[in-house]
Design a protein around this ligand. Structure first.
Ligand code: NAD
Length: 477
């Protein structure tokens, strides 16, 4: 069976790591590839390649860098179906769903790259003293992108556009649970050698990459636990980091909305991608006036989420990524039931091959249960009935996470009050709304570092000011 290789300095090469792991298809439990565990030697070689390529890449005119990235985007778009099928094999996502997200991420990658054409890399302003002030935004140098497995291709593309268009080079370390699709992305790259490099493996590759003294920025997306370690590592050596971590997003359902239509929207927010989205709806607060109708409709909607292999057209709910993730999800459900929650649908591990878990609705839930305090990352919809919108808002706001939030209401005052939820992004009446203009920074345990829109360019560059004195100024003053 094939062992996947690293892509370093434009060449495919074997890892120096002695350890090799099996990659398992979560729908069939079959081994589909092998990947290296990762090593510091691999990281050193990849960072050397990124450092060597960086000056030449930064010297290219911006338009030429954007053209390279646009060519890459065109190649990726042409292979979107194949990439979605690889994602399905490695982490279970239904192919059609994967395709939708890959198409969206290619558009985002293109738009983010094109943003470079109007970004002020060099801007001269008249100084207050009659002189001139020029602000240059330099690339940082060699950078690192470390990604999770829940959206393998979109996560890599989402981070790369502004970093590369700004003149940085990158070492990508994808999740060890989804290396296939990222490796294929690299095969499609037309970029000059060393501009993007791929190192495979788990934390044995990730940790030395974070610690490497030539890496000037780490863009990390993943768990809170790993994010804390990475923040400590980059902080210790004063390296910039963007940490996009976990969530426990609330959704508030007000008394004045259509309970059936809103339940369908909430089912989608809780179950799509088998609940493995950082901004999945994981805590549901519904007003008591519509609670019964809402829960009945949510259970009906859950019953339509058909389990299966993501290659089959009828599948809505693929498997969880692996047995470990399924154990976490089932532990949360068991904990809730043990403390008095009621399972309205789902809640049991099906007897079949694959790491499947059904769409599950829980009621009689309280805020102390694991399913309300820890990120579940599975297809679980825990419902809490509240007496007022104000109570819902207060409970929605009391979490150590602060990533996203959604509020369904027709009341303008309530919609305005939704802005008090401490989240990086709050959606009103449309989960996941907004496009490239979305600009946000998570708070609390959900991470730090603003991304989206121009903030991604600000993060990818270092501003420096050159001030030229007015012609009349004394050289000694
Ligand atoms: P994870 O933290 O286990 O792994 C993420 C990546 O970090 C992997 O590539 C892994 O190999 C690497 N890694 C792990 N330990 C490391 C270390 N000490 N040093 C360097 N690298 C290390 O997370 P996961 O299970 O792959 O992904 C799921 C998590 O990602 C969830 O918590 C989810 O909410 C989060 N996530 C967040 C966002 C966001 O935008 N905020 C988006 C997607 C996923």
């Amino acid at each position: 069976m094939k062992t996947l290789q690293n892509s370093i300095g434009g060449k495919w090469e074997n890892s120096q790591s002695a350890s090799v792991r099996d990659l398992v298809n979560p729908a069939t439990e079959e081994v589909i590839a092998r990947y290296p565990g990762g090593s510091a030697d691999d990281v050193d070689r990849a960072v050397d390649a990124a450092v060597a390529a960086q000056p030449g890449w930064a010297e290219l005119p911006v338009a030429q860098r954007v053209e390279y990235l646009t060519r890459w985007a065109t190649e990726i778009a042409a292979h979107a179906e194949e990439l979605a099928a690889l994602e399905c094999r490695e982490m279970g996502k239904p192919v059609a769903l994967g395709r939708t997200f890959i198409d969206g991420s290619v558009q985002g990658f293109r738009a983010a790259a094109e943003e470079a054409l109007s970004y002020p890399f060099a801007e001269t302003l008249p100084g207050a003293d009659g002189g001139a002030t020029t602000i240059l935004r330099h690339p940082l140098g060699a950078t690192a992108v470390i990604t999770p497995w829940n959206f393998p291709v979109p996560m890599v593309l989402g981070a790369l556009g502004p970093l590369l268009a700004s003149g940085n080079t990158v070492v990508v370390k994808p999740s060890e649970r989804s290396p296939l699709s990222t490796a294929r992305l690299f095969e499609l790259s037309p970029l000059p050698a060393g501009v993007v490099n791929l190192v495979l493996g788990d934390a044995r590759a990730g940790a030395p990459l974070v610690e490497h003294d030539q890496i000037r920025l780490v863009h990390f997306t993943g768990s809170v636990e790993a994010g804390r370690r990475i923040g400590a590592g980059t902080g210790g050596r004063l390296c910039r980091s963007i940490l996009e971590l976990g969530g426990k997003d609330p959704v508030v359902v007000d008394a004045d909305v259509d309970p059936v239509a809103t339940a369908a929207a909430v089912a989608f927010g809780a179950f799509v991608n088998t609940g493995q989205i950082c901004t999945s709806m994981e805590r549901i607060y519904v007003h008591r006036d519509i609670a019964e109708e809402f829960v009945d409709a949510l259970v009906d909607a859950a019953s339509t989420y058909a389990l299966g292999d993501g290659h089959d057209a009828g599948t809505v709910l693929g498997p969880l990524v692996d047995a470990r993730q399924r154990d976490i999800v089932h532990r949360h459900v068991t904990d809730a039931v043990g403390r008095g929650a009621r399972v309205r649908i789902g809640g049991e591990i099906p007897e079949r091959k694959g790491f499947f878990y059904p769409a599950t609705v829980l009621t009689d839930v309280d805020d102390s249960m694991l399913v309300m305090t820890e990120e579940t990352f599975g297809p679980i919809a825990p419902v809490v009935v509240v007496s007022s919108f104000e109570e819902a808002l207060e409970r929605a706001s009391s979490s150590r996470f602060a990533l996203g939030a959604t509020v369904y209401t027709h009341n303008a005052d309530h919609a305005a009050a939704a802005a008090t939820i401490p989240a990086g992004v709050t959606w009103i009446n449309q989960w996941q709304g907004g496009g490239p203009e979305r600009l946000y920074e998570p708070a609390g345990d959900s991470g730090m570092g603003a991304t989206g829109a121009r903030a991604a360019y600000d993060a990818a560059t270092r501003p420096a000011t050159i001030h030229t004195a007015p012609a009349t100024a004394s050289t000694l003053s």
